[in-house]
Design a protein around this ligand. Structure first.
Ligand SMILES: NC(=O)c1ccc[n+]([C@@H]2O[C@H](COP(=O)([O-])OP(=O)(O)OC[C@H]3O[C@@H](n4cnc5c(N)ncnc54)[C@H](OP(=O)(O)O)[C@@H]3O)[C@@H](O)[C@H]2O)c1
Length: 297
């Protein structure tokens, strides 16, 4: 069984490759010529076959899909972009072209990493995700759409202003609405299991940790775990709404939309995912312990 992974050089990709390889699956990764050399080497070390390509190059997608039984796509232009990349060219048209290439190559299963829609908050990235989800559902392939909540390793870290270990955090909105924060490693595990265990075929699965917590509850938990007193800055929803309306760039609009969606809360019903992916999910408490241990050296 051979799986094509698109997004192998991102946060989730290497972990998905490791899990597929450990289960005895062959893995092919679509890699851009600009990809980081150490990330390429690490993939080669895992036995991954590298093929050159880009989501904006339909010919490369056809070559990459040839002879694989499954495709997993985690790729996105939100954090890792090259000239010509945008939400429209990569997350929408590129992913749609990948679905088409997979369908033409008679791929059996397609796993797509996405997030839930909040119908009240529309922005380019959510519009792109919905377009790809619709294309997958009508493609005839066994689709697995993983709608993950906010990744702890991204949204509860200094990268997005949440620097609990240094006593300063930024929250979006008033910080009172609960979110089913999930570890990115659990999302990677679910994506790999969807292929190796054939779980969740023809399904949209919402993924989140079992306990939903508000950002302010997470702050209190960091303090109780020994982070010391934390100062919280809140970005008002009105400011995020203004950014969403006034930004002329689809990436800035999308960041504002994601922050507004966070401010509105994102509680996931984990009944289905816990039945499908039986290993216990990491909790925010686990994440806090790891973060504080790393900060203490
Ligand atoms: N962060 C969250 O809280 C969250 C929550 C729910 C869902 N998600 C979804 O989870 C996925 C994020 O995964 P991640 O964190 O692993 O992403 P990431 O670290 O930002 O990596 C993005 C990957 O996409 C590749 N890529 C970008 N543009 C490409 C193009 N034009 N052609 C081919 N590959 C391209 C990048 O390749 P290069 O290395 O060559 O740039 C990289 O491998 C996204 O789909 C996101 O929407 C995220």
């Amino acid at each position: 069984m051979k799986t094509l992974l698109v997004g192998a050089t991102g946060l989730l990709g290497p972990e998905i490759c490791k899990r597929l390889a450990a289960a005895g699956h062959q893995v092919r990764a679509l890699i851009r010529p600009t990809a980081d050399a150490s990330k390429r080497e690490a993939l080669v070390g895992l036995g991954v076959e590298l093929v050159s390509g880009d989501l904006k190059d339909a010919g490369s997608l056809a070559r990459a899909c040839n002879g694989v039984q499954a495709v997993i796509s985690t790729a996105s232009s939100t954090l890792s972009r090259q000239p010509g990349d945008s939400i429209e060219t990569v997350d929408e048209q590129g992913q749609l072209a990948l679905v088409e290439a997979a369908r033409n190559a008679d791929v059996d299963q397609f796993v797509f990493v996405s997030f839930r829609e909040n119908p009240r908050i529309q922005f380019p990235l959510t519009i792109a995700k919905r377009a790809v989800e619709r294309a997958l559902k009508s493609s005839g392939m066994a689709y697995t759409i993983l709608q993950a909540s906010y990744f702890m390793e991204v949204w509860l870290t200094p990268a997005l202003g949440f620097d609990a270990a240094n006593g300063k955090v930024r929250v979006y909105g008033d910080g009172s609405r609960p979110i089913s924060w999930i570890s990115c490693w659990d999302v990677a595990r679910a994506a790999a299991a969807a292929v190796t265990e054939g779980s969740a075929r023809h399904m949209v699965v919402e993924l989140g940790a079992p306990q939903a917590l508000s950002p302010l509850e997470v702050v209190r938990m960091f303090e109780a775990a020994g982070a010391g007193e934390i100062t919280t800055e809140s970005i008002p929803e009105e400011a995020l709404e203004a950014q969403l309306q006034s930004a002329d760039d689809s990436l800035q609009k999308s960041f504002a939309g994601l922050m507004l969606q966070y401010a509105a809360g994102d509680v996931i019903d984990t009944t289905v995912s816990s039945r499908l992916f039986t290993v216990q999910m990491s909790t925010v408490r686990d994440f806090i312990a790891t973060q504080l241990a790393a900060a203490r050296g």
